[in-house]
Structure formats: structure tokens, C-alpha cells
Write a protein that binds this ligand. Structure first.
Ligand SMILES: Cc1cc2nc3c(=O)[nH]c(=O)nc-3n(C[C@H](O)[C@H](O)[C@H](O)COP(=O)(O)O)c2cc1C
Length: 477
């Protein structure tokens, strides 16, 4: 049923990559650029290889961290990733009601406990922890019963995926199995009101503060792939006539406001990145020039890095999770965005370490975010650090992982028998706090985290007569 190359782990995995004449037998490590440290805002990555955000669908049904979530990320930290980025975490209560499959949640103090255990594991194994957080799936979300109107920029605009747009290996699963098949057609949407937009933005900023308390070193606002911010940007999905629609600066308003508020809320103690699609690849959709303009706006609002992905979302998913050929032009995106920006640019899907090293050296991009490549081989960064690239087990793009995550089953890989079962491996258990781990989450003390103007669960300031006192500022000293 699955059409990928199902060779056992390790067999033939090296033959596909051309090491560009680099002599792998020499002692000196040739991956100088990949291995050079880089600063992003207040933090420094020890090298340029990070785990790309992938919703691994390992959370509990209520968005809680599970034993397997922790073990999965711990394995990638132990494998040497400089930074481990989580899959998209739902950052508001409303957003959490419209997901696909399962996601982690962070919008209530009760979510901190599990997320703190997660960052503890990542830190213990020597990586930095980055939370990717989303303000909503918009029209790409589904309610549990598939019957509700989904909050989105525009009413009456459900998505629909043509079968020829999904990876081929998907088709048999989609034809036979009801839950994954319902992914092909979105639910009917309703237009978010301006009041709702504002309260969602505030709740989201507050949720980002909770992530800092949970110990994350970096926060990445998730805005690519046809999700809510992207929907506001795109003329294909934003048909509003108010201050959030119509002309270009109005369509940029939502993502700009979200970024401003999060930057303000989390202070300067954590690195802040935003992930966007480099272009939409759909007729009449967002162009690379427009997305470069978005990136410049975000840089002006104080983000510390830009993460580039690609594509217009579910209706154009070939660019979201690219095959080998589609991934080849990604460094060119990086180059174009880098020309316009001063902050570091991260790109996805550059599995070949020799080419990635050269592209970084040539100024095409700064950081390599590896997704499926670290599903199959979490030890990839360590193998580069130890100059053992011949031991890397390379991704065959069979997309078994994607099919399973999309079906809500959790990832597995025909070439990595451990993926999805990391919890059974005692190597990913941690001990008492190690010396390199800070006792107080670094972001809490390294920068100001201002009190936001009201608790997120109150729609407005309640009156003093009703016995409520608004939050005070931090006061003197
Ligand atoms: C199972 C799966 C889940 C993904 N979930 C997310 C996500 O939550 N957020 C995101 O920005 N990208 C997501 N992506 C895209 C990846 O971050 C990455 O850009 C893409 O897989 C290409 O990189 P790769 O070739 O190294 O896998 C996902 C990809 C896969 C395979």
C-alpha cells in the first residue's frame, strides 16, 4: 500500500548523496559552516542543525504532553540537534477546538507542568528548546464533530484538496479510511469578528508568556502553510472589507499585530522567530516579493530569526512537505530573503549535509531545519559533529511518517524502528538537574515580561465595585 522504498534501515542509505568531492577519510571535520555557532537574539545555537517543527501527534487528546512526546523530543536532543522545535502548539482555547489530529496546547497555566518536563529533557541532553505556537488553523481546522462553523478571516470558504495534490503514497489510505479522508474537505467557515481577533491576539500573547515559564529558550510563531495568519495575508482566503482585509497593509495587519504583541509579552529574554511560507504557489496567491515584504515588517517588529517554509497549505501541500526535487530550490528562497534581512534565516528540507554546508558558506541561508530527516535518524547532527556522515540514514521521502501523523496515529518510519516507541528506551530518561541546566527558566529573568493589561480569561476589565482589582505593574525595584 505504501509506495516508498522499504529497504531495511541503513541499506543503501549513503549511496544517494553525493559528497561533492569532500574526502570523508580525512580527520579534519569538513562541515565548518554547519558546525559554526550562531546567535539568534539572546541565545546561541552551538551549530546550524535544528529539529524542524513537526506536529508528531503524540499529545494526549486534551493537548497534554505524554511520556512518548517527551521521549521523542529527548531522542532528538540527545542526537545532537542544536535546538529542538516542537510541532505547532495551539495557543488559544478557541484554536484548540479546531485542530486536525492532535496537537499540544498551551493557553492555561495547567499546561505548564507537562511542557516543563519536556524542556527539562531537552535541556538535560544539551539542546535548546523552542516552542512553535499557533494562533489557529483557521479554515484548515476541524471541530471534533465536523459540524461547527470554523472561525476564519472569511465566511463560507472551506478548503478542498484535489487528490492529485497529495503525495501518491497517501491515496490508498485516503480512499479506504474515513478519518484521514475527512481531511480532504474542510468545514464551512464563519468570519471572525474584530473583537474576537483582538481577544485571540491577547490570549495568544499571554500563552507565549506561559511558554517562557515552561522553560522554552525560543518561541516560533507559526504562520506558514495556509494557517490563520497566512489566511489573513492571502487574497485567496481573505475577502474581508474591514481593517483586516482588502489592501495589502490591511491584510498584513493581523500577523504584524500578533508579532508585536508577542514580542512585547515575552520580553527580550527569549529568542522570537516567525515561520512563514516563502510563497503560495497558487494562482493569484502570495508571491515571494510579497512574503519578503512581510519578513521585513516582522524584522522591524523585533523578531530574532525568520524560518522559511513553503506553499499555500493543505490545497498545495506538495511544497509544505516537499519531495527531493521540490526541496532543491529552497536555498534560493533563503538567498532572496537574506538579501532583504539582517536576522538569520532558517530553511527546511536540506538533508544533504555537504550541500547544506556549502550553501551556508555561500550565504544562501543560516540554519538548517531538518524534519523527516530527524524522524529517520535523530543522530544526524551528532554524526556530522563526529565527521561520520557515511553513517547517516537518509530519508527516502516515502512519507509514511506524514500519512500516520495525518491520520492521528503518531509517527512511524519503515527505516527507523524506534520512531514512535522512544518511550520504551531507558536512554531517554533523565537524572537530577545537571550543571549546565539553569534552575530558573532563563527567559524569566533575562528580560522583562510585562504584566499584560488583564487576565486572559476576562473579556474586559471588571469594575472595581465587583471586587476585582486589575493586575498591577511590576512596581519599583
Ligand atoms: C508529520 C509532519 C508534521 C509537520 N508539522 C508541522 C508543524 O506542526 N509546523 C510546521 O511549521 N511545519 C510542519 N511540518 C513541515 C516540516 O517542518 C518541514 O518543513 C517539512 O517536513 C520539510 O522538511 P523535511 O524534508 O526535513 O521533512 C510537518 C512535516 C511533517 C512530515
Amino acid at each position: 500500500m505504501i509506495t516508498g522504498d522499504l529497504q531495511p534501515s541503513g541499506v543503501g542509505c549513503f549511496g544517494e548523496v553525493d559528497f561533492g568531492g569532500v574526502d570523508m577519510t580525512r580527520k579534519e571535520n569538513p562541515f565548518k559552516n554547519l558546525l559554526s555557532p550562531i546567535k539568534i537574539g539572546p541565545i546561541e545555537l552551538k551549530h546550524r542543525m535544528v529539529l524542524a517543527p513537526m506536529n508528531e501527534t503524540l499529545s494526549g487528546h486534551d493537548g497534554q504532553v505524554t511520556e512518548q512526546t517527551i521521549a521523542y523530543y529527548a531522542a532528538r536532543a540527545k542526537g545532537g540537534a542544536a535546538m529542538v522545535i516542537t510541532g505547532a502548539i495551539m495557543g488559544t482555547k478557541l484554536a484548540s477546538r479546531y485542530v486536525w489530529g492532535r496537537n499540544l496546547y498551551c493557553f492555561h497555566p495547567g499546561h505548564i507542568a507537562g511542557l516543563k518536563m519536556l524542556t527539562d529533557h531537552i535541556h538535560y541532553f544539551g539542546s535548546l528548546a523552542c516552542a512553535q505556537i499557533t494562533i489557529g488553523f483557521g479554515r484548515q481546522g476541524h471541530s471534533a464533530d465536523h459540524h461547527e462553523l470554523v472561525p476564519a478571516p472569511t465566511a463560507g470558504l472551506p478548503y478542498e484538496i484535489a487528490l492529485d495534490k497529495v503525495p501518491k503514497a497517501f491515496i490508498p489510505v485516503l480512499k479506504r479510511t474515513e478519518h484521514p479522508r475527512s481531511f480532504l474537505v474542510g468545514q464551512m467557515t464563519r468570519e471572525m469578528t474584530i473583537e474576537e481577533i483582538h481577544s485571540e491576539q491577547k490570549e495568544f500573547a499571554r500563552s507565549c508568556q506561559l511558554l517562557v515559564l515552561a522553560g522554552f529558550d525560543a518561541i516560533e510563531i507559526h504562520a506558514p502553510h495556509g494557517y490563520l495568519e497566512h489566511q489573513f495575508l492571502s487574497p485567496l482566503t481573505n475577502k474581508r472589507t474591514d481593517m483586516y482585509g482588502g489592501e495589502w497593509r490591511n491584510r498584513k495587519r493581523f500577523i504584524n499585530e500578533v508579532t508585536e504583541q508577542v514580542r512585547y509579552a515575552v520580553g527580550s529574554g527569549v529568542a522570537l522567530g516567525v515561520r512563514i511560507s516563502a510563497e503560495e504557489h497558487m494562482e493569484g496567491g502570495l508571491t515571494r516579493e510579497e512574503m519578503i515584504d512581510v519578513a521585513k515588517d516582522l524584522e522591524a517588529r523585533g523578531i530574532d530569526y525568520l524560518s522559511l517554509s513553503d506553499g499555500g497549505g493543505y490545497e498545495e501541500s506538495g511544497h509544505l512537505v516537499p519531495d527531493k526535487e521540490r526541496a532543491e530550490h529552497i536555498p534560493e528562497h533563503g538567498r532572496d530573503f537574506k538579501k532583504a534581512l539582517k536576522i538569520p534565516v532558517m530553511v527546511a528540507s536540506q538533508h544533504d549535509p555537504v550541500k547544506a554546508d556549502k550553501d551556508i558558506g555561500d550565504g544562501m541561508f543560516d540554519i538548517s531545519a531538518l524534519g523527516r530527516q530527524l524522524f529517520i535518524d535523530p543522530e544526524y547532527p551528532r554524526k556530522i559533529m563526529e565527521n561520520r556522515p557515511e553513517d547517516i540514514n537518509f530519508c527516502r521521502y516515502c512519507n509514511t511518517c506524514l500519512i500516520l501523523c495525518n491520520s492521528g496515529v503518531g509517527p512511524a518510519c519503515p527505516h527507523n524502528p524506534e520512531l514512535g516507541r522512544e518511550y520504551a528506551n531507558p536512554e531517554y530518561k533523565i537524572g537530577p538537574r545537571a550543571e549546565h541546566e539553569s534552575i530558573i527558566p532563563k527567559g524569566m529573568l533575562a528580560g522583562d515580561m510585562p504584566c499584560l493589561d488583564r487576565p486572559w480569561w476576562k473579556p474586559e476589565f471588571p469594575l472595581i465595585e465587583k471586587c476585582w482589582r486589575p493586575f498591577r505593574g511590576p512596581g519599583k525595584g
